[in-house]
Design a protein around this ligand. Structure first.
Ligand SMILES: [Mn+2]
Length: 449
């Protein structure tokens, strides 16, 4: 019987620059999770801890981080630890992290083994570890191929555990130069279990349960669907199926919520109370949560900035958080008219866009007067017309309502102007003009803040 913990993709030293001053806390959390994993290894009487690649974010991690990591391993001298270089921390030679003094004899703790070369290691009893480490960041070669060559040299009844790092060669899910691992790599090599790492979510239904990818023990993205675990594996004898227990170990949780301004517009107080309640119910507590709030929908500039201010106070207690603004600016006719009065050039550009759209799509129904392209005439004062007003204030932008007395551009003139820029008028669709107006107003809004 052999019992071990299989983990991978710790990415210690990951920067998390998107979280600014909170990044260090995210990095520290990974070390807390590693401590917890070693404690679990002892509690479960594990015969070994296997780390199947990417213990470190890269080969340039600080000596301080290397020392802190080894300190955790040294605190559990009775747990043999086997570390495989992955694609983030490949054993490339003298410049690799695995050649630092701390990882070489005599400094390295006696229980820590670095799997620098393809080789067989005695795990004690009747179990052997067959390792195929990575020596580069990318390769189209299957790193598990070497395992088969090595495994044939072992007696048939040996418990054979393979370890390597790469992408299960699942159709359309892997890149060809990202260390593809054959989906039958374990049975092909006669292994009882193949411990792999690389992707960050738990993946256990490969090669009849003989290949397993535990994912990162500490989530590192909002998109992680099933990370934050280690695998406790038991193999009773060669040929017996491995018994796998998935154990959650993550220190932090990454949570994502959306706040949509559209339904909130009718009853903002109710919408906010409901959102705050959902947020409060998210486990675990804010001090252990990395939060992202995505703001969507459209609203007036005033409503937008007020909502943002409210969300700022809401996210304050979280360990780290992001506010992603995917909103679209929506102007009421009065707001639009006000903008046009204050920015005559904007008014002119909007009327030119209207005219171009009319020429490109034949859509003139929303226009009050035919504006002109490239006219030097100053626009008339804004006159929001009741016939062109959107039904309510949160409607997205309507075309310009500025009256313009200058001579409108003809189709031939517009085509000639666009030809110089290699633009085909007929290729411009209504969505393009909507986007153009949106971008224009959004930019103006941002620079005039
Ligand atoms: Mn990797």
């Amino acid at each position: 019987m052999f019992r071990f913990i299989h983990s991978a993709d710790w990415q210690l030293g990951a920067r998390f620059t998107q979280f600014g001053s909170r990044a260090q806390q995210l990095r520290d959390a990974r070390l807390d999770t590693l401590r917890r994993t070693l404690t679990l290894a002892r509690q479960h009487n594990a015969d070994a801890l296997l780390i199947a690649g990417d213990l470190f974010e890269d080969n340039q991690v600080s000596d301080m981080l290397v020392a802190a990591t080894l300190e955790i391993f040294r605190a559990h001298p009775d747990v043999p630890i086997y570390i495989l270089p992955g694609n983030h921390d490949p054993h490339t030679g003298p410049d690799s992290v695995w050649q630092r003094k701390a990882f070489l004899t005599p400094a390295i703790p006696a229980n820590v083994h670095i799997l620098r070369a393809a080789a067989i290691h005695d795990l004690g009893g009747n179990a052997r570890l067959i390792a195929s480490p990575l020596h580069q960041k990318r390769s189209p070669n299957d790193p598990s191929a070497k395992l088969a060559e090595l495994a044939v040299t072992l007696p048939a009844d040996t418990i054979k555990i393979g370890i390597t790092h790469g992408s299960p060669a699942i159709e359309s899910k892997h890149k060809p130069d990202d260390f593809p691992i054959a989906l039958n790599a374990a049975t092909r090599a006669g292994l009882d279990y193949l411990a792999i790492g690389h992707w960050h979510d738990w993946l256990d239904e490969l090669d009849n349960g003989r290949i397993l990818m535990p994912g990162t023990p500490e989530p590192d993205r909002f998109a992680n669907a099933d990370s934050g675990n280690i695998a406790l594996v038991e193999i009773s004898a060669h040929g017996q199926p491995p018994r796998v227990q998935k154990i959650p170990v993550a220190t932090l949780a990454w949570r994502e919520l959306e706040y949509d301004l559209a339904p909130a517009a009718a009853a903002p107080e109710t919408a906010r109370a409901a959102f705050a309640a959902t947020l409060a119910q998210l486990p675990p507590d804010p001090a252990r949560t990395v939060l992202r709030i995505t703001l969507k929908g459209s609203a007036s500039p005033a409503a937008l900035s007020e909502t943002r201010a409210w969300l700022e106070t809401l996210r304050a207690p979280y360990l780290a958080s992001q506010l992603t603004d995917n909103t679209k600016l929506a102007l009421s006719p009065a707001e639009l008219a006000d903008l046009q009065t204050r920015h005559p050039i904007l008014a002119q550009v909007l009327s030119d866009i209207d005219r171009l759209e009319a020429l490109a799509t034949g859509n003139t129904t929303t226009l009050t007067t035919p504006p002109t392209l490239a006219s030097s005439a100053p626009p008339a004062p804004p006159q929001p017309s009741s016939t062109t007003e959107p039904p309510h204030a949160t409607e997205t932008l309507t075309p310009s309502t500025v009256a313009n007395t200058a001579t409108p551009l003809t189709l031939a003139e517009a085509q000639e102007l666009l030809a110089a820029a290699k633009i085909d008028l007929a290729a411009l669709k209504p969505a393009f003009f909507t986007q153009l107006r949106q971008t224009l107003l959004q930019t103006l809004q941002e620079i005039s803040k």
